[in-house]
Design a protein around this ligand. Sequence first.
Ligand code: ATP
Ligand code: MG
Length: 237
Amino acid sequence: MSEPAGELALSHRAEILRLSGITRAFQPGTPMETWVLKGIDLRLLAGELVALTGPSGSGKSTLLNQIGLLDYPTSGQLWINGTETAQLNDHERTELRNRAIGFVFQFHHLIHAFTVLDNVLMPLMIRHGKPSPADRALAVQLLTDMGLADHAHKPASQISGGQQQRVAIARALVTRPALLLADEPTGNLDTQSANTVFELFQHINQQYDCAILVVTHDPGLAARCQRTLTLVDGRMT
Ligand SMILES: Nc1ncnc2c1ncn2[C@@H]1O[C@H](COP(=O)(O)OP(=O)(O)OP(=O)(O)O)[C@@H](O)[C@H]1O
Ligand SMILES: [Mg+2]
């Protein structure tokens, strides 16, 4: 029996991420105790493009750190690609993080002395040493997608801030992650560069079927995502 294509797309998309009752307290049990996340439930399906907004200090970066397995929740459960992460040891967490998740931060932390291409290849070199011809081909393709093919062999120090941000996006994608986490990736860019970066997210989302969760303070950019999550005082509203 065949299903209509639209229904198929909706009902059969894999669940990339699920959070159930995630909390995070800093300095628990002390007079300084602060509950930053107060019970977050969230699901993200393959290929979704979702904005995360909320006032400064509402817990957005803290939440991204939980999802990116960079920090441990105080309570609650978190699944990535169907794997419940609390049961993983440190090695397995790192392996899952490297395999499934790409990160783009506001400050891109490129290695300035390396070429643009080598910066993009870095996550693969960390993973398995010398890049293969296929690795290099993918890195060049991603740089081409980012409009940076002509800059591949320049030192990263010799390109503009907006171009560096696009290199950081290519670097985050070179491992073909199922989920891209971006924490205010356009926060220090002018409107036009921010727009370019956002269009690239839309392109990546479609071209590579990569789910993207992007923190932004810009309501215009959030409106262009498929849905918007808003965090206020540690809770989703
Ligand atoms: N390591 C830490 N120890 C104690 N408190 C922390 C720590 N990290 C974050 N916080 C607190 O948690 C709250 C949320 O911080 P977070 O960085 O997640 O906010 P945010 O929503 O990303 O804000 P912004 O939009 O300014 O980036 C803040 O009150 C912050 O002071
Ligand atoms: Mg933040």
